[in-house]
Design a protein around this ligand. Structure first.
Ligand SMILES: [Zn+2]
Ligand SMILES: [Zn+2]
Ligand SMILES: [Zn+2]
Length: 161
C-alpha cells in the first residue's frame, strides 16, 4: 500500500501536482476499498473518518484530478451514479465488469480478452483504440448457486400447477 501511494505521489509530481494530506487520505480510501466501486459520496464519507475537516468538493476535485491522471477510471453502471475505480497498474486498458441484475454485485475481469475484437476494430474501422468499457449484465454465480440449491424443487412444482 505504501509503495503504491509512493508511485501515485510520483505520478502527481510528474504533472506538477502535490499529494496533499487530503489527497492522500482520498487515495488511501480508494486503495483500502479497491474491490468496491465507490461514488464520490461514498469516498467522501470514508475520507471524513480519517480527515474530518475535508469537504465533499475537495474530495470531488481530487477524484477528478486522479481521473485526469489515469489513476482512477470513472464508470457508470446505468444507475446514473459515477463511480471511481482504481486502474490496475500496468494495464493498457480498463478492466471489465460483471453486473448481476439479481443481487447488484459487481465482479471484475482483469484479463483484457479483447485481442481479436480490437484487431478487427483497428483494421476494419481504422480506429486506434486507447481504451474501452465493457459491462456484462446478467446473473452471477452466487445467485445461480442459490437458485440451484434452494428453490429448485419448489419452483418446479409451481410451474406444473
Ligand atoms: Zn472495476
Ligand atoms: Zn483491451
Ligand atoms: Zn447475483
Amino acid at each position: 500500500m505504501e509503495q503504491r501511494i509512493d508511485r501515485i505521489k510520483k505520478q502527481l509530481h510528474s504533472q506538477s501536482y502535490k499529494l496533499t494530506p487530503q489527497r492522500e487520505a482520498t487515495v488511501r480510501v480508494l486503495l483500502e476499498n479497491e474491490k468496491d466501486h465507490l461514488s464520490a459520496e461514498d469516498v467522501y464519507l470514508l475520507v471524513k473518518e480519517k480527515a474530518p475537516e475535508i469537504g465533499l468538493a475537495t474530495v470531488y476535485r481530487t477524484l477528478e484530478l486522479l481521473n485526469e491522471l489515469e489513476v482512477v477510471d470513472k464508470i457508470n453502471f446505468g444507475d446514473g451514479v459515477s463511480r471511481y475505480d482504481l486502474r490496475k497498474e500496468g494495464a493498457d486498458h480498463f478492466h471489465h465488469h460483471l453486473v448481476c441484475i439479481e443481487c447488484g454485485s459487481v465482479d471484475e475481469i482483469q484479463e483484457d480478452l479483447l485481442g481479436e475484437v480490437e484487431k478487427i476494430v483497428e483494421n476494419d474501422w481504422r480506429f486506434k483504440i486507447k481504451d474501452h468499457r465493457l459491462t456484462f449484465h446478467g446473473i452471477c454465480y452466487r445467485c445461480h448457486e442459490k437458485q440451484d440449491t434452494g428453490e429448485e424443487s419448489g419452483s418446479e412444482v409451481k410451474e406444473m400447477n
